[in-house]
Design a protein around this ligand. Structure first.
Ligand SMILES: Cc1ncc(COP(=O)(O)O)c(C=O)c1O
Ligand SMILES: N[C@@H](CCOP(=O)(O)O)C(=O)O
Length: 527
């Protein structure tokens, strides 16, 4: 195909199969890079530059993947853009801010949201976006090898690829929980989206790549950002410190003393962050970081900053993509500061609005009973929200009593006919142990989400054949102490019904034979 015929090709006629065909019929000895071409948009007939990758050229072996991205950059104007607007702004509101401004709150003190130019995105149909996103999966092309940046046009459309700080996050496993679903729930279509099998071991990487990339851009623009700071229950701080370290940007983290796991504490320490261990809880740290970032040139990295949610929403898009753009019935998300439940809603909603899917799933937000302000608000019929002092929970990353994104969460749950559930300490620990016994190794927060699933199945709200996705938010290896306590039955007032303590046995053939015979006998009887 010549470049002039490409120039006139309509997007609908450029099927990804043709694209793949072109790539695969070229010499396998060459490494390829895509280039941007001008195409005629099917929607309005205007000649416009689109991000579709249609031609491959051999790359020079001394180039890095960043060099490749630089070489293929289009000189034509980028048709996509985004800006900050007040969250859920009243009709007619004209308040907006450039993403290059340092602003976290609207004029009235409310939350902000990133608003995309949907008209520009709508000039391409759902099939176009599905094909484009699918064409980028599983590649090492900068920056699209990342599950977040493979959706760049919907995330931060205007950032230069050179400014992006990425660990090729995302593209996480959507695990078919076959045995767990069958054995404990009688379900045949249960899935666990393992967002915690990630660079720093939690879903926070998805948002942090976006935020730190924008900071990188702001610093190059000489904006007053000396460092980036967050309050954290352990995962935000791990992600912030890793992404900042990889870009050479100072990070400052406020941690509630003795309230996060050892594995989480060591992450920012190892990544060179300035770590403050503060004698308060997460909500206290959050209040302090908000006050400090208003005074010092420290950029706020918590999800109050709506940039984070742009990255996190890609997990929802990815779930649809992994189901070949079929919509699941239910998605269950553990909630703490409550940014993620809104991020998921936003990802699903954009896919619906832009024609990639025709509906959105119902969502469930799951909270620990010891830190359940959203659950109580839901139970009151969304009457008046009351922040609380959260009590200690094994799901320590969601030990939050005054969530900053409460308004976003309520909005999302109302829009998707959502449900809020809670899990006691015993319920969440049992659910975690049951999941682990079927080959997973989940975190306590995922145990909270699984408890919600148990309850909704028992009440018949979720049917045995409903396609259901439980979002696993962190890696189980960050929370080994809770598993050790459970399996050694060292938790006061907890039966630890599914514990599996090691058997102590003498170094003696007969003694080992005895315990093994007894074990094998019990297995035979059970099966
Ligand atoms: C492991 C884990 N799960 C769930 C959450 C809850 O996410 P969100 O604060 O966005 O509600 C957090 C952080 O708050 C977390 O670190
Ligand atoms: N679980 C979080 C709590 C802060 O949430 P954020 O999404 O607002 O940064 C953490 O790991 O710190």
């Amino acid at each position: 195909m010549t470049s002039s015929s490409l120039f006139n090709a309509s997007l609908s006629s450029l099927s990804p199969n043709q694209d793949l065909f072109r790539r695969h019929t070229s010499s396998p000895l060459l490494r390829y890079r895509p280039v941007l071409v001008s195409c005629t948009s099917p929607a309005d007939g205007n000649n416009t530059t689109t991000p579709i990758e249609t031609i491959t050229k051999p790359r020079r072996t001394e180039n890095t993947i960043r060099d490749d991205a630089r070489l293929q950059r289009s000189t034509a104007a980028n048709p996509f853009s985004a800006r900050y607007v007040p969250f859920n702004a009243p009709p007619g509101s004209s308040e907006h801010y450039s993403l290059d401004e340092i602003v976290y709150r609207s004029r009235s003190g409310g939350l902000l949201d990133v608003e995309h130019d949907m008209e520009a995105l709508k000039r391409f149909d759902g099939a176009y976006w599905r094909d484009l996103f699918d064409s980028r999966v599983g590649k090492s092309t900068w920056p699209y090898g990342s599950g977040v940046w493979s959706k760049k046009e919907w995330v931060l459309p205007e950032i230069d690829d050179d400014d992006i700080v990425s660990a090729f996050e995302g593209n996480s496993n959507l695990f078919w929980a076959e045995r767990f679903g069958k054995k404990f729930l009688g379900m045949n279509d249960l899935w666990v989206k393992h967002c915690g099998i990630s660079h720093t071991g939690s879903f926070k990487d998805l948002g942090m790549t976006v935020l730190v990339s924008q900071v990188n851009r702001l610093r190059k623009m000489k904006r007053p950002v000396v460092g980036v700071g967050c309050a954290s229950t352990g995962d935000t701080s791990a992600a912030l410190s890793a992404y900042c370290a990889s870009a050479g940007i100072p990070s400052i983290v406020f941690l509630p003393a003795n309230k996060i796991s050892m594995a989480q504490l060591v992450q920012p320490i190892a990544n060179g962050a300035f770590v403050l261990s503060i004698d308060t809880d997460f909500d206290g740290c959050m209040k302090l970081i908000r006050e400090i970032t208003a005074e010092l040139p420290i950029y706020l990295a918590n999800s109050l900053n709506s940039l984070r949610l742009e990255g996190q929403k890609t997990a929802a898009i990815e779930i649809l993509q992994q189901f070949d753009w079929q919509v699941p019935d239910w998605v269950i998300v553990p909630g703490g500061n409550l940014g993620n439940i809104y991020a998921f809603y936003k990802g699903f909603k954009m896919c619906q609005e832009l024609g990639l899917v025709d509906r959105i799933p119902r969502m469930v937000c799951a909270q620990a009973a010891n830190a359940n302000p959203l659950y109580l608000h839901y139970k009151s019929g969304w009457k008046d929200f009351k922040p609380m002092t959260a009590s200690t929970t094994f799901a320590s990353a969601i030990q939050i009593g005054d969530p900053v994104s409460i308004d976003r969460a309520v909005y999302a749950l109302k829009k998707c006919d959502g449900i809020v559930e809670e899990a006691t300490e015993e319920e969440l620990m049992d659910a975690m142990a049951q999941a682990d016994s079927t080959g997973m190794f989940i975190c306590p927060h995922t145990g909270v989400a699984l408890t919600a699933l148990f309850k909704l199945r028992n009440r018949g709200v979720i049917a045995p054949t409903d396609r259901t996705v439980v979002v696993s938010t962190a890696h189980g290896l960050k929370f080994t102490q809770s598993k050790i306590d459970y399996h050694s039955k060292a938790i006061p007032d907890m039966a630890c019904r599914f514990s599996n303590p090691p058997v102590e046995v003498k170094a003696d053939f007969g003694a080992v034979m005895d315990v093994l015979k007894s074990y094998l006998g019990s297995q035979t009887l059970r099966s």
